[in-house]
Design a protein around this ligand. Structure first.
Ligand SMILES: [Zn+2]
Ligand SMILES: [Zn+2]
Length: 420
């Protein structure tokens, strides 16, 4: 049957159906009622979504803003504290493209001025965390004022850790050594920043440290001396290198956010044994957090049940891109889902994820989602209204994964559109 004949045939049957309907007043009334209900549901759904997901507060002076930057497989997180200070945690993989994207992202946050990074934190020496940090530190318009880094010696000839040992600033018996070029480049860049006078000091990560400013504090619960010792005396397994990642609790604006680098099981266990550590600044942590930056890109050795039982995240963020490790694993997502439900966001799916917290209220902004990736902007609001509508109707019948996913996508699209 040709296309024209199919269309004609369909048109005829629609006409017949219309004639049939118009001859049956009861059916017509029901059709109108159903249509009316659908329209009302659409409106209600859009209003509900709008109210539940108000746009982020923006650059309000008192807000805490955390940017989980989409850097593919790797980590890079930029934090803007309420008092104007900033912190960069890790600097993505080693790649010219990624380095440019990362520096552009930071520079775009401060148009027409240079970027001050008050604290630059390197969690561990792996390339997917320190890869582009040298480009960030070396950039003329980015000023790194203070560096926190692993207490691990590099292959860089003038590594300042040697001085720290000689002058007694670091007092310990085991000193791990990682000889990769990418780590040496980072240490070299920090040294240059010190020589130029922009960076004023370097600290070596250790549990018990506190970094703070007016209105915020970050308490560090890992690594221990033992974890450095394991890396120094072991065979430098992936786990040994990952476990020097600091596990840090950020407290600010009535919320707590937990950062983990690539912490694996040993680091999580060390953290658990230190949860009640007294930092001496009247800081008492209840043990649970609002947001968890998931360890090791959602790898299976991280986010173990005993750890999650203590930190009980409400939201989980996974910084991940294309990879051959299977990150994030289904098992890890299952474990996280026991606490977060649907509130698990990955940079691979959402792009850049920006969390703004003001007076305890959390607002999420996602760069992209499935709906916006495949549809022109002018159709997105219409389509998402239908999706929300279908989602709400469907959810009364079955609260399945597909329904939840549809609803989440609609909400994310609405957020993005309302922020543009
Ligand atoms: Zn990593
Ligand atoms: Zn790692």
């Amino acid at each position: 049957m040709s296309r024209r004949r199919v269309v004609t045939s369909v048109a005829k049957s629609m006409t017949r159906a219309g004639e049939h309907l118009s001859k049956n007043p009861t059916t017509t009334r029901y059709t109108r009622i159903i249509l009316l209900i659908l329209v009302v549901l659409c409106l209600v759904a859009v209003i509900v979504v709008a109210c539940a997901n108000r746009p982020p507060v923006g650059n309000s002076d008192n807000a805490l803003t955390i940017h989980f930057i989409d850097v593919g497989q790797g980590d890079s997180i930029f934090i803007q504290f309420p008092n104007g200070q900033t912190m960069l945690i890790d600097g993505a993989k080693q790649s010219t493209v990624t380095a440019t994207e990362l520096t552009d992202y930071l520079l775009n946050l401060y148009p027409n001025e240079s970027v001050d990074i008050d604290y630059c934190m390197l969690t561990h020496t792996d390339a997917d965390h320190c890869g582009s940090l040298d480009d960030v530190i070396n950039h003329n318009n980015i000023n790194v004022k203070c560096v926190y880094q692993p207490r691990v010696v590099s292959a860089y000839q003038y590594d300042m850790l040697h001085d720290a040992v000689d002058t007694g600033k670091c007092n310990y018996s085991y000193l791990p050594y990682i000889d990769t070029n990418v780590y040496a480049s980072f240490v070299n860049a920090v040294h240059n920043e010190m020589l130029s006078g922009v960076c004023t000091h370097v600290e070596y990560n250790l549990q018990g440290q506190t970094i703070n400013g007016e209105g915020w504090s970050m308490h560090i619960y890992n690594p221990s001396e033992q974890i450095y010792r394991d890396l120094a005396t072991g065979t430098q397994t992936a786990s040994e290198k990952n476990n020097v990642s600091p596990i840090m609790v950020l407290s600010c604006n009535g919320r707590t956010v937990l950062f983990t680098g690539d912490a694996d099981e040993d680091a999580e266990n060390n953290f658990l044994s230190n949860v009640n550590y007294n930092f001496g600044d009247n800081y008492v942590w209840s043990g649970d957090c609002d947001v968890l930056k998931v360890g090791h890109h959602g790898g299976e050795q991280s986010s173990n049940t005993p750890f999650l039982q203590v930190v009980k995240p409400e939201y989980s963020i996974i910084s991940v891109g294309d990879n051959t490790y299977g990150h994030p694993t289904a098992q890890t997502l299952d474990r996280l889902g026991d606490y977060c439900g649907d509130n698990i966001y990955t940079t691979q799916e959402c792009g850049n994820i920006v969390l703004t917290i003001l007076a305890g209220e959390m607002n999420w902004r996602m760069e992209r989602n499935v709906v916006s990736a495949y549809l022109p902007r002018q159709y997105q609001l219409t389509v998402l209204s239908y999706i929300v509508c279908i989602g709400y109707v469907q959810s009364t019948i079955a609260n399945d994964d597909v329904t939840r996913q549809l609803r989440l996508q609609a909400i994310l699209t609405y957020q993005r559109l309302s922020n543009d």
